[in-house]
Design a protein around this ligand. Sequence first.
Ligand code: ATP
Ligand code: MG
Length: 221
Amino acid sequence: MTRTASTRTTTVGQITSSKTAGRKVRLGVMGGTFDPIHHGHLVAASEVAAKFGLDEVVFVPTGQPWQKQHKKVSPSEHRYLMTVVATASNPRFTVSRVDIDRPGVTYTIDTLRDLRRQRPEAELFFITGADALEQIMSWKDVDELWGLAHFVGVTRPGHDLPDLGRQDVSLLEIPALAISSTDCRNRVKDHQPVWYLVPDGVVQHIAKHKLYLEASDAEIA
Ligand code: ATP
Ligand code: MG
């Protein structure tokens, strides 16, 4: 079941109304593989930050994502560095190594537990695109997830925002950017431009380190 844009933002007003002096730090959490980070990720974070009055958005590149265990993912240091380059110009955007420094497969529940431990003063807002939100009910320890953060699902071209029927999940319509990391990787492999799909510094990092020239998304034998 999906909701239309007009019914999407019912809980935003309630949440933003708590923006008063002495309130908790409002910390957005933008998790992703970021292979590479692109303007769809940055617009999603910026829109949620503006709508929800976030003080900071921390981008958290995954280690080996559990959903992509059979896919080839670029080394985490490249994904981390591209995320740093892409977010450097925004004083409210930061990058965390919490997932890439944790051994093993990345689960969102561990990301949120660690961030809660590191930032006990903060109220967490986990930002997720419509495609990831569709799968959320299958995430590890989903019942505990709801208690750790408020979830904000954003629109993404080609995906319907699911109605999870929960008060603690907000849905937000954002400008439609039909950009995916998969498409960016395929473009680089095919010698097509990724200018303006990803930040300039990310284009340069990809070229300098010759990323994505091999077949992307190859299944690991
Ligand atoms: P891939 O194609 O490799 O899966 P991706 O473009 O989906 O890459 P991810 O790193 O998997 O990027 O996504 C991280 C988060 O950003 C997810 O919650 C995803 O839904 C969201 N997201 C990615 N691209 C967009 C977009 N264009 N608009 C809105 N949300 C997006
Ligand atoms: Mg994805």
